[in-house]
Design a protein. Structure first.
Ligand SMILES: Cc1cc2nc3c(=O)[nH]c(=O)nc-3n(C[C@H](O)[C@H](O)[C@H](O)COP(=O)(O)OP(=O)(O)OC[C@H]3O[C@@H](n4cnc5c(N)ncnc54)[C@H](O)[C@@H]3O)c2cc1C
Ligand code: FES
Ligand code: FES
Lengths: 470, 768
């Protein structure tokens, strides 16, 4: 039995846990406000809000229902547009109407739901955050300007909030129907009733994190697959620091990573890097571990963590081993992973002195796109000498690539333009890009060279000059 | 007035085809399509699909009762392949099953053995092999051949623009059910209800009156549902015919992208000659239009390419020739601009190339050649109500072009890693269907006895706000509050023989028809008022603000009372208005005439910042002075301008359609075909409403706004080029749109990159 609250209605269903939540909403519950634009997480027309208790606090996040398995709704509050509608228009809806933020209307519900979620969120309610909330929503009609104006209006209106009980205030101001005030209580009761989730090591089940890869690749099969929905297991959640190590649980999503203060301390530019990864709803769903196991040669998080020289802990039935992430990849989508082994956690070392770390990604569209080439570099200097370097690159071979030869080459070299140019030659020898829809192989070679240069131009702007490199 | 649909849109209560509650017994269709671009079907085995427990029927061409033909302009496109397949994605069979999932599952079980022939994807190859959809056409003005001698500068080159996927957020689809006596009612996501009705009738062998097509609204169309919605509606209607059950088919995104046509890619050659003072003396162009595997609307699109070959410039000697080339990709079709943008890209490329060779900014040549009042287009029509120069000057002054340029120069001086580029993009776009007979429309108005009003027209609402404009028109003429007026669905039983909602002309044509119907009703109602109030023939009676006015004075007699009175007096409260655009004509023999009711003008200034390390770019601003005539709805018109511009920028920058040599679409999903997201649009879009009281034939003199702004997006290409050249003056990036980050980076390091070969380019780029 899967139990959750859909808008203002408790749901208890024996449908397969792999059923797509969007289908459940539209076909089984006949709530047609939620639209289907792509079924790939790429348009946001199907966006819903998902409310969950975190450390006793009710917290809402946007997700794309087209990639969400029903099992991931367990114990949550799922809100569709119908669950936000009141007698009149909410200030969000009114702003969209007043600014002409809707033309054909097909994308509109997704935008409204995302913006409603922004109003509910505990993030600072700035214009930038309002736009970030809709960065997974595509509109083909408006050119977004009217939607930006609507977002500004909403931000202005939210400025009237002066620290009262937020939920009460939102209800009073007409943002939310009154039933929202009962959700916290209802979820507490519901959670208490739910059975404990199954153990992660159950190798008979397919692990599904956010489903953002699996439900794009094989949705029909997933509707019938026996699934390990591990996201809600407490012991797999969270990011913690133990001594010189940071531990990241399997249930940690890209958004958890982004908002982690531990990670931000380690990587001050984390927000800017993560803005380049998918979109807000997809980051709310997709796990770091899922990105590793999916083994896409251009997985951003994989390239990112290869640059951090991460290790992973794999647990099987009665076994547990730790390996370097770079040793995980054996060939195209081939992993050093036994059938049934589960990626339990990710570990990175935090050195005593500050490190230089940079992440670069270029795609056809800067945001919400898969990289043509991406790359990360971690570098440690002693004076002018490079004493340690970890470089990675995606999109230039069959696997996410740890640039081993390049790292070896850099070690002990002086930090000069000549070193960087020579290192590029090593790179060009150890990569093997192919031409595809994302770019020709010649382009990918040039692009990686440029991104490699960009690492140094970004990390050492005073020492390294572009004109000396090209 | 705000878009009348916006309240239901923001609440998720607007109804699209997929939202219609399914009727009991509904079957779901799914099409099996060719995986081979060109070939001969040797065997088709549907038995495994038929064996699927949920499958009711597998349909092939043999089941078609009428003719197996859906071509609009030319009868060259079967609904279902018989022996030959002409593109990957060509429908071969249709499964009807009791659920959507089962229909998809069953399609995977169908096996076709197809002997592959050589596929053509390059329009030049098609042209060389004589594969033309229609005979080539040429427009001429003056004598370009003999004008070269007069030119101080002559520049030749090629330019190409890739196709563009419409990416309406709502995919194609239709839902049909049987009604009495063998009739069928179809809800279709189409811009052309009559085209659907006609096509279904022909395929089923039924008269048109047995086919009712109803359209509530579209989740976007952009031309992609002008002709190409017909196939899907025909499939479901055929399903209904064969099974007697309701049948629904909503394409999933990948089916839609794979099976439907797009904006035509073009490859073109140009030659341009200028005088010492930068006047264009002569211009020649040869356009190779990639039509895809069937005519669809390509012949008409090709015609508009010729019409817009000189954009908003006057050129005394012009020879432009266009070829519609048959290739083995899905039949391409209408897309906002309809061949016009493709032509404009070529002349802008020619001007830019000339400017680069002469060593002046392109804007100097552009400005020197703008159309003056009554200058003739190559097709003979004079440029009347001309705002070409006005809009340019307005843009320069209002946005202080000197300051903008100074800012860019200063930035480029002080930055090594980033460079800015700027481009002007003037536009001129003709309004009317170029096929004169299509310029007609009707409106049916009912005034109900309680005073409420229902209006049906041939206009299809797809986000362009046409229904809102119809309310404004009727409220104005009838003198009532807009809240009294309801716009009904577009339905072939209420308004017949309609032209599709296209060519930016929908509001004009249907608005004028609505106005005509309103005037007839007002005439009858004021006659009734005269009787009721006992007024003489001399009294001037009008209806305003819901009340009857006599000689300008408001009376006690209100709208509702008057309607009630008129009804009891047995006065007809229903009217059908018919409008046909006057004065337009075109002679295809001579290729001369007066095809357009009027033209729309404007000028955009685009500024981009290119990241010269990574090859990415961001648009700082697009500043526009646009000729709206006298805008009747600024919210709607601004939305069309911003939305059109961004679509144009998408076409010029990131939207890259790629087919491989086998004719397979590589960018076949939203994950690989990228349209602008919120971070990709210009940081600032400024639109100046160039209001003009010059006469024009638009409804309320509010000029059509659907298509023209898209062409401002062409400025994006030239702004990027300007920035690339600021970084690398030796760069010679080919005139090849879209200007993807790949082409930008290759351009930035053209001649600088060690061991990097240059990218081969083609409007249809062969990869993999
Ligand atoms: C619209 C969209 C945009 C995207 N953009 C990006 C992007 O910019 N950059 C990028 O890198 N990726 C992107 N992705 C891909 C995807 O979001 C990421 O790869 C994500 O991190 C996958 O995590 P998940 O939890 O959703 O994986 P799932 O789909 O749940 O799982 C992926 C695979 O990993 C396995 N798996 C998951 N967890 C475990 C575990 N703990 N142990 C063992 N096996 C496990 C699953 O069985 C499955 O085989 C995008 C996806 C979408 C839909
Ligand atoms: S349908 Fe497009 S994101 Fe879900
Ligand atoms: S309003 Fe049409 S897609 Fe956004």
């Amino acid at each position: 039995m899967i139990k959750f609250i859909l808008n203002n209605t408790p749901i208890s269903t024996d449908k397969h846990s792999g059923t797509i939540l969007l289908d459940f909403i539209r076909y089984h519950k006949a709530l047609t406000g939620t639209k289907i634009g792509c079924r790939e997480g790429d348009c946001g027309a199907c966006t819903i809000m998902v409310g969950d208790l975190r450390n006793g606090q009710l917290h809402y996040e946007s997700m794309t229902s087209c990639l969400t398995p029903l099992g991931n709704a367990q114990g949550k509050h799922i809100v569709t547009i119908e669950g936000f509608n009141g007698d009149g228009l909410t200030p969000v809806q009114q702003a969209m109407v007043d600014e002409g933020g809707t033309q054909c209307g097909f994308c509109t519900v997704g935008f409204v739901v995302s913006l409603q979620g922004f109003c509910l969120s505990s993030k600072p309610q700035t214009y930038e955050n309002a736009i970030a909330a809709i960065d997974g929503n595509i509109c083909r009609c408006t050119g977004y300007k009217s939607i930006e104006r609507a977002a500004q209006r909403i931000v202005d209106h939210l400025g009237n909030y002066k620290g009262q009980d937020k939920m009460n205030w939102l209800v009073e101001q007409g943002y939310l129907p009154a039933y929202f005030k009962t959700i916290q209580q209802q979820l507490e009761t519901l959670k208490a009733e739910l059975p404990q989730p199954i153990t992660p090591q159950n190798g008979a089940l397919t692990p599904v994190g956010g489903g953002t890869d699996l439900y794009v690749q094989r949705p029909a099969e997933m509707r019938k697959t026996a699934i390990n929905h591990f996201l809600d297991q407490n012991e797999l959640k969270g990011i913690s620091r133990k001594g010189d190590n940071i531990h990241i649980g399997a249930a940690c999503t890209a958004e958890d990573l982004r908002s982690s203060t531990i990670m931000q301390e380690h990587i001050p530019n984390l927000h800017a890097f993560m803005k380049l990864v998918s979109s807000t709803p997809i980051r709310n769903m997709g796990t770091v571990a899922g990105n590793f196991v999916n083994a896409s040669p251009i997985g951003d998080l994989t390239i990112f963590f290869l640059g951090l020289n991460a290790s992973i802990v794999l647990s099987g039935v009665g076994t547990k081993r730790t390996i370097a992430l770079k040793d995980f990849y054996k060939g195209y989508k081939q992993l050093d992973k036994q059938q049934g082994e589960f990626l339990e956690e990710i570990i990175i070392q935090v050195p005593q002195q500050p490190i230089g770390f940079n992440f670069e990604k270029v795609c056809k569209r800067t945001h919400l796109d898969i990289a043509t080439v991406n790359s990360a570099l971690q570098i440690k200097l002693s004076g002018d000498t490079i004493i340690e370097a970890h470089a990675s690159a995606g999109g230039v071979g069959p696997t996410p690539k740890y640039l081993q030869n390049t790292c070896n080459f850099l070690k002990g070299k002086p930090l000069t333009e000549a070193t960087i140019q020579q290192a590029n030659e090593v790179i060009q020898d150890e990569i093997s890009p192919i031409s595809d829809a994302r770019g020709t192989k010649e382009y990918k070679r040039l692009l990686l060279r440029q991104l490699f240069y960009a690492h140094f131009l970004t990390l050492f702007p005073d020492r390294i000059q572009l004109a000396q490199l090209v | 007035m705000k878009n009348i649909d916006s309240n239901t849109h923001v609440r998720g209560e607007s109804i699209y085809v997929d939202d219609i509650p399914p009727r009991q017994g509904t079957l779901y269709a799914c099409v099996f399509d060719s995986k081979v671009a060109h070939g001969h079907i040797e065997a088709l085995d549907v038995s495994k699909a038929e064996a699927h427990p949920d499958v009711v029927k597998v349909v092939t061409y043999k089941d078609i009762p009428g003719i197996n033909e859906i071509g609009g302009i030319i009868k060259d496109e079967p609904l279902l392949a018989e022996k030959e397949v002409h593109f990957q994605g060509m429908p071969i069979a249709m499964v009807l099953a009791t659920s959507e999932h089962s229909a998809h599952e069953a399609v995977k079980r169908i096996e076709a053995t197809i002997k592959a022939h050589h596929p053509i994807v390059d329009p030049r190859e098609a042209h060389a092999k004589g594969e033309l959809i229609i005979p080539s056409r040429t427009f001429r003005l003056g004598d370009s051949e003999n004008a070269w001698d007069e030119c101080a500068y002559i520049v030749e080159g090629s330019a190409e623009s890739a196709g563009q996927e419409h990416l309406y957020l709502e995919t194609q689809g239709a839902y049909a059910y049987p009604t009495e006596n063998g009739s069928i009612r179809i809800s279709s996501s189409t811009q052309g209800p009559t085209q659907v009705q006609r096509t279904v009738g022909a395929v089923l062998g039924l008269p048109m009156h047995k086919i009712e097509v109803d359209v509530t609204r579209l989740g976007g169309g952009f031309g992609g549902k002008e002709d190409q919605a017909s196939a899907w509606a025909t499939f479901v209607a055929l399903g209904v015919y064969l099974t007697g059950k309701p049948v629904k088919y909503i394409l999933d995104r990948m089916e839609d992208m794979r099976m439907t046509g797009k904006r035509n890619p073009y490859v073109s050659d140009f030659k341009i000659g200028l005088s010492n003072d930068y006047k264009i003396i002569a211009y020649q162009a040869e356009y190779f239009q990639n039509a895809g595997a069937a005519a669809d609307l390509s012949p008409a699109i090709m015609e508009r390419t010729l019409f817009h070959s000189t954009n908003s410039y006057f050129v005394p000697n012009v020879t432009v020739q266009a070829h519609s080339c048959r290739t083995n990709i899905p039949p391409n079709t209408a897309f906002r601009g309809f061949g016009g943008p493709q032509a404009m890209f070529v002349i802008e490329a020619a001007i830019t190339k000339a400017a680069e060779e002469i060593g002046v900014p392109a804007s100097v040549i552009q400005k020197a050649n703008l159309l003056k009042e009554k200058d003739k287009f190559p097709y003979g029509q004079p440029a009347g109500g001309n705002e070409a120069v006005d809009s340019w000057v307005r843009a320069e002054e209002k946005y202080d072009i000197k300051a903008l340029r100074a800012e860019i120069d200063a930035f480029n001086q002080s930055n090594q890693l980033y460079k800015k580029g700027l481009a002007f993009m003037p536009i001129c776009f003709g309004i009317s269907f170029t096929k004169t007979d299509m310029n007609q429309a009707r409106a049916l108005i009912h005034i109900y006895s309680d005073g409420s009003i229902g209006i049906s027209t041939g206009a299809v609402e797809m986000g362009q706000g046409v229904n809102t404009k119809m309310v404004q028109v009727a409220a104005h003429y009838l003198g009532v509050d807009p809240s009294r007026i309801k716009i009904e669905t577009t339905n072939t039983t209420r308004v017949a023989n309609t032209s599709p909602s296209a060519a930016s002309a929908t509001a004009d044509l249907n608005g004028k028809a609505t106005g005509i119907a309103c005037n007839a009703l007002v005439k009858r109602l004021t006659g009734a008022a005269r009787k009721k109030l006992g007024l003489s023939e001399q009294a001037v009676i009008t209806i305003k603000d819901e009340f009857i006015h006599v000689d300008g004075q408001q009376t006690e007699l209100g709208w509702e009372a008057l309607v009630q009175f008129a009804f009891l007096e047995r006065i007809a409260l229903t009217e059908n208005g018919h409008y046909a655009t006057p004065t337009i004509h075109f002679d295809k023999e001579k290729e001369k005439g007066h095809p357009f009711a009027y033209h729309v003008y404007g000028t955009a200034i685009t500024c981009v910042t290119v990241d010269c390390v990574r090859g990415r770019y961001e648009f700082d601003y697009v500043k526009i002075a646009h000729d709206f005539g006298s805008s009747m709805n600024k919210i709607v018109d601004l939305g069309q301008t911003e939305g059109g511009l961004v679509q144009g920028i998408g076409w010029m920058t990131m939207e890259e359609l790629m087919y491989n040599k086998e004719g397979r679409l590589l960018t076949n999903a939203l994950s690989t075909y990228k349209i602008p997201d919120i971070y990709a649009v210009p940081k600032e879009i400024e639109v100046d409403f160039l209001e003009s009281d010059k006469e024009n034939m638009a409804i309320f003199k509010s000029k059509a706004v659907g298509e023209p702004p898209l062409m401002y997006g062409i400025g994006a290409y030239f702004a990027i080029r300007d920035a690339v050249k600021a970084f690398n003056p030796q760069a010679e990036p080919p005139f090849s749109a879209p200007f993807t980050p790949e082409k930008v980076l290759m351009g930035l390091y053209d001649g600088k990159a060690n061991n990097v070969e240059s990218v081969p380019v083609g409007a249809v780029k062969a990869k993999g």
